[in-house]
Design a protein around this ligand. Sequence first.
Ligand code: EPZ
Length: 421
Amino acid sequence: MDSLRIEGGRRLEGVIPVSGSKNAALPILCTSLLADGNHRFRNVPALRDVNTLGALLRELGLDVTIDGSTVEMVGRPVISPEAPYEHVKKMRASVLVLGPLVARYGRATISLPGGCAIGARPVDQHLMGLEAMGAEVELTHGNVHVKVPRGRLQGAEVIFDMTTVTGTENLMAAATLAEGTTTLVNAAREPEVEELALVLNKMGASIQGAGTSVITIDGRESLNAVDHAIAADRIEAGTFMVAAAATGGDVLVDGVSFDTLHSVVDAMRAAGVNIEREGTGIRVSGTPPFEPVSLATAPYPRFPTDMQAQFMMLMCLARGTSRITETIFENRFMHVGELNRMGADIQINGNTASVRGPTTFEGAPVMATDLRASASLVVAGLVAGGVTEIRRVYHLDRGYEKIEEKLARVGAKVERIRGDA
Ligand code: EPZ
């Protein structure tokens, strides 16, 4: 398993290009199950998770060609609407094939996605919605079997018990081929949901309200293939913004706009980070120590859980105590132990972490545990005196394209150490 070796203490200066959004690309690639023909997706990030989904879609019978950041897919009737465990176990987002398969074929089988490092993450809301639309669901031997006795999903009103991003995406996609109108209430408002609706409407669907908490979908008989360029990854951008500020640097995080980052920008500005729009990007500069800022994660448009670990690392560099509360996942403080080993002073009390700063980080060997925790360790390594070696960076490779190249280009001293397979 590869490691990253970072010699810290260097300011980041220059331009960091932002790649396409992982969390937009994954549901959008699944739309190729809804319509036959030649689909083309551009600005797709070269990530492990994209490759994992590509392998699953190939397994289902689609032609998938990944050429750099362009993914060409030939949609055609699947061999069998079944998503086996070996794919689903690698990535919870595999559940995103469920809605399209049930909508198109009236049945599907998918392995229950196991929990993951950050929590149990069930799919009960996905299944509740499909049942409301006329599907029958059976759980046997770790598999979910969904079938529609009438053959075609029926439009329905679906009220989510909690805001779920992929739950909203799965049911929105399924409803595009249902008979009649579906209304999703308490829907997720994330930009990735809005972009998926844009793509589905380009395919001939009729979706209103994406980006709000009530989404209406008028079902269609069929959809057409699509050509779409994925928007920039707001979480990758936010991660590099934190890295620029934490190292006392001055960086243009390029190819992304404020529009989807207001809550992150507001929190970082409150901490004393300078953030301005510039050209096609965001100019970020800062000089630690910062001001302590307390916040709680919440569904969009409030502070994203996917930026919690990175922002916590920044608060280690504030003079005073910040309290960061994680409200979305039950176990998303895996980075705390490793940050404390590098010199941080973070105490956990339930779902709130108290961060006392300012910290003088010292390089150390640390272990990556989940995608965003790994990102916070990279930032800590960039700041720390001495050498930090981060092991199991496959977690990082799931969501950050060529991160060591992007950081090295703006002055970081970071290299990838190839490990055994
Ligand atoms: C999406 O995951 C993102 N992944 C996650 O990003 C992100 O952290 C999360 O939304 C929250 O914003 C993708 O978009 C591929 P949820 P998702 O369903 O959809 C509970 C990253 O780092 N829940 O919004 O799986 C669930 O357990 C990843 O890029 C149910 O109880 O998250 C969680 O506590 C990590 N039942 C909460 O809701 C359900 O049926 C929010 O989960 C569905 C969810």
